[in-house]
Design a protein around this ligand. Structure first.
Ligand code: GLN
Length: 452
């Protein structure tokens, strides 16, 4: 059924970079065989899934939507991929994304943009925009994404889905091609809160292959999604998010969601997080710095593309030619920004300062969570914008992650849940619910209450 749906709509949506046309049914039959042999499989056995093309898959190409990795077939599975295979999930294919997960619209893919199923002229969010579009267009029931600055929550918000960024270290980065290692977090995209929780539980938990993986039990997210009550919960509205620069229709749906939570028995208060205003500039020093280091491995020798290897160029020249041709403009911009921020003489002024701001943001969260159980905000300042509108304006593009970035910098759990359509354009609006580190279950509890 899902292959049929992909054939019918993906020519317009363009969510997939690779579909496992020949392998899907064999994968499904193998799950049946495991069940027939008496293996006890979990609730997602036999359910199809689409993986963001940032996760390595040993039987399918993995490109990160970059020319530099075109045609590369990884020799191993990411932990997220292998755990979901063990759970009996069937991989439909790999989804489009912003190149190396840098972007908010999926327009930075070397293989062309993905379209929002609600309005094909609009962006599906990014960087996990292929995954959000695939689920929103019913091409896949579930998808994986990664969230470094908002890349699961923002695409979920603008396509009417549930998208969750787990606590940093709660889901494994092993086999997830690195963008900014201290921020990158795998998470689920789904059409309901319970679906997201089931997927979250299936791939989460300690992984010795990831040095920053947390060795603690997975928070009880499925139980929380089923519980869905907010009676007595203290909910903080972040004072710094809202007002100028936000679309009126987004703010209207946000206010209604807060009123709904109050009517369900939550206590709502306003909370100030004064340093959240500095999250965006701090992120755009930290993330490019880490990216400039991580992307050094694409040296024309180890993977994929190699340009100028004709006996007339030195190794350095081959490296330069390959990187010049293989990386897109946004990736190059980040590498240059990061290299500059990390260079001697500037390190303290830029990278060091950004790390100090990061600590202040984490302290804002700590102080807030002494007063309230969760914080809420709109997920994004606007609904989905037209394809092309911000493509040449990096600053405007960066604003899409204004509200999501603080949780990446502090490492805490955050979810986006649909809360209606904006009046102006009848496009989906997302409510963001943020909880302390390892209180992922609390975000599901509140999101499930809003969903009902
Ligand atoms: N849009 C942000 C960026 O471009 C976040 C990306 C992400 O979360 N991967 O960096």
């Amino acid at each position: 059924e899902h292959l049929g749906r992909i054939r019918a709509v993906d020519g317009d949506v363009k969510a997939f970079l690779h579909v496992d046309e020949d392998g899907v049914l064999a994968q499904a039959r193998a799950v049946d065989a495991r069940r027939a042999a008496g293996e006890r499989l979990g609730p997602l056995a036999g359910v199809p899934i689409a993986h963001k093309d940032v996760f390595t898959t040993k039987d399918m190409p993995t490109t990160c939507s970059s020319k530099i990795l075109q045609g590369w077939q990884p020799p191993y599975d990411a932990t997220v991929t292998s755990r979901l295979r063990e759970a009996g999930m069937v991989i439909l294919g790999k989804t489009n994304m912003d190149e190396f997960a840098m972007g908010s619209s999926t327009e930075n893919s070397a293989f062309g943009p993905t379209h929002n199923p609600w309005d094909l002229a609009k962006i599906p969010g990014g960087s996990s925009g292929g995954s959000s579009a695939a689920v929103a267009a019913y091409e896949a029931p579930l998808a994986t994404g990664t969230d470094t600055g908002g890349s699961i929550r923002q695409p979920a918000a603008v396509t009417g889905l549930v998208g969750m960024k787990p606590t940093y270290g709660g889901s494994s980065r092993y086999g997830l091609i690195a963008f900014a290692s201290s921020l990158d977090t795998p998470g689920p995209l789904a059409r309901t809160v319970l679906d997201a929780a089931l997927l979250h539980e299936a791939f989460s938990g300690h992984d010795p292959m990831d040095a920053t993986s947390i060795d603690r039990p997975v928070p009880p997210v499925v139980e929380a999604a089923r519980r869905a009550d907010v009676e007595g919960l203290r909910i903080g509205v972040v004072k710094e998010f809202g007002g100028e620069g936000y679309q009126p229709g987004v703010l209207a749906r946000f206010r209604e969601a807060v009123e709904l939570l109050e009517s369900l028995g939550a206590k709502v208060v306003e909370v100030s997080c004064p340093h959240f205003t500095y999250a965006l500039p701090a992120y755009y020093l930290i993330a490019p710095s880490e990216c400039s280091s991580n992307l050094a491995r694409f040296d024309a020798m180890r993977y994929g593309l190699r340009v100028g290897d004709d006996g007339t160029h030195s190794a350095e020249e081959v490296m330069a030619l390959t990187r010049a041709e293989g990386f897109g403009p946004e990736v190059k911009r980040r590498i240059m920004l990061g290299t500059y921020a990390l260079s001697s003489g500037y390190y303290d002024a830029y990278y060091g300062k950004a790390q100090q701001v990061r600590t202040l943001i984490a302290r804002d969260f700590d102080a807030a969570f002494e007063q309230v159980d969760v914080l809420v905000s709109p997920t994004t300042p606007t609904t989905a914008f037209p394809i092309g509108e911000r493509a040449d304006d990096p600053m405007a593009m960066y604003l899409a992650d204004l509200c999501t970035i603080p949780s990446n910098l502090a490492g805490n759990a955050a979810i986006s849940v649909p809360c209606g359509l904006a009046d102006e354009d009848r496009l989906p609006v997302g409510l963001q619910v943020m909880a302390p580190v390892l209180a992922d279950d609390r975000t599901y509890r509140v999101a499930a209450a809003v969903e009902r």
